[in-house]
Design a protein around this ligand. Structure first.
Ligand code: NDP
Length: 276
């Protein structure tokens, strides 16, 4: 269990990944991303999630350099986008991402979506990049059980992480269990329900009892469920708020009450309905 913002879980190859990171999807390229990542690093975050798709890798890289924090103290994830999978140019996409980030390696490189007919070939390139030491770990995103089974049957190296939509309204227990059984760390995207945490009465009720916010309760619940959480904010007060989750603990009854909020409701794209 995470006791502080620097605490992490171990991936299947022994690399440590902090339980809490900052997300950057929809953080605008330029000042907005650079400033939010800089604030996060100042506030103690040591894990940043970006992607080629977000068009803000250069800004993430600038914030990392300006922070003066040693490179090996920050966990950086980026992802290869669908078009590059389809065009069989994963290595080129990786080089471009590293270049934009201004880094010699990333900590985690993810296949962003399980593009049918393309992700197995892409995975071989990720295995090569890992062997070359240009990424410290490789993983996937938005993979469901059938796609994970297909990948595991062919892969030389199993994915270290699966980053998927996960929050009180979409808990995907079978997928969580599958990942756990195969040593794949489960990472939540949209852990704050894209800002809708205040619409869930259980989160509001439990938050009141702890003198915390619904966002803090949602993040704390994920941490207690052993899920890596990457809430996104571009506002200083919220970046700080989202990190204020290590000074309280939910009871087993509170965790169970949030578990019961599952409605199987996606707020983002459905990996089964792949058309982008
Ligand atoms: P989140 O669930 O993290 O919610 C972000 C939204 O919540 C923003 O509108 C933000 O607004 C708002 N917010 C932030 N903090 C608070 C707070 N304390 N109280 C109330 N509202 C708050 O959604 P994301 O979809 O951004 O997911 C998180 C990260 O996961 C992404 O940024 C990205 O890095 C990753 N991701 C990965 C995907 C994938 O396919 N692999 C898909 C989607 C996301 P503001 O910024 O104005 O504070």
């Amino acid at each position: 269990m995470a006791l502080s913002i620097a605490d992490g879980t171990l991936l299947n190859n022994g690399v440590a990944m902090p339980w809490l990171g900052i997300g950057t999807w929809q953080a605008a390229a330029g000042r907005e991303t650079e400033q939010s990542v800089a604030w996060a690093l100042e506030l103690g975050y040591r894990h940043v999630d970006t992607a080629a798709l977000y068009a803000n890798e250069a800004d993430v890289g600038r914030a990392l350099r300006a922070s003066g924090i040693p490179r090996d103290e920050v966990f950086v994830t980026t992802k290869v986008w669908n078009e590059d999978l389809r065009q069989r140019r994963v290595r080129e996409a990786f080089d471009l991402s590293l270049n934009k980030l201004g880094l010699e390696r990333v900590d985690l490189y993810l296949v962003h979506w399980p593009v049918p007919g393309a992700y197995l070939e892409a995975w071989k390139v990720l295995e090569e990049l890992l062997a070359e030491g240009r990424t410290r770990a490789i993983g996937v995103s938005n993979f469901l059980v059938p796609q994970l089974e297909t990948l595991l049957a062919k892969a030389r190296i199993a994915p270290a992480v699966n980053q998927v939509e996960w929050h009180p309204w979409l808990q995907q227990p079978a997928l969580v269990e599958f990942c756990r059984q195969h040593g794949i760390v489960f990472q939540a995207w949209s852990p704050l329900m894209q800002g809708r945490v205040g619409e869930e009465p259980e989160l509001v009720r439990i938050a009141r009892g702890h003198g915390k916010s619904p966002a803090q309760v949602a993040i704390r619940w994920g941490l207690q469920r052993q899920v890596v959480m990457i809430p996104k904010s571009v506002k200083h007060a919220r970046i700080a708020e989202n990190a204020g989750v290590f000074d309280f603990e939910l009871t087993a009854d509170e965790v169970a009450a949030i578990d019961r909020c599952d409605r199987g409701q996606r707020l983002g794209a459905d990996p089964n309905d792949f058309h982008f």
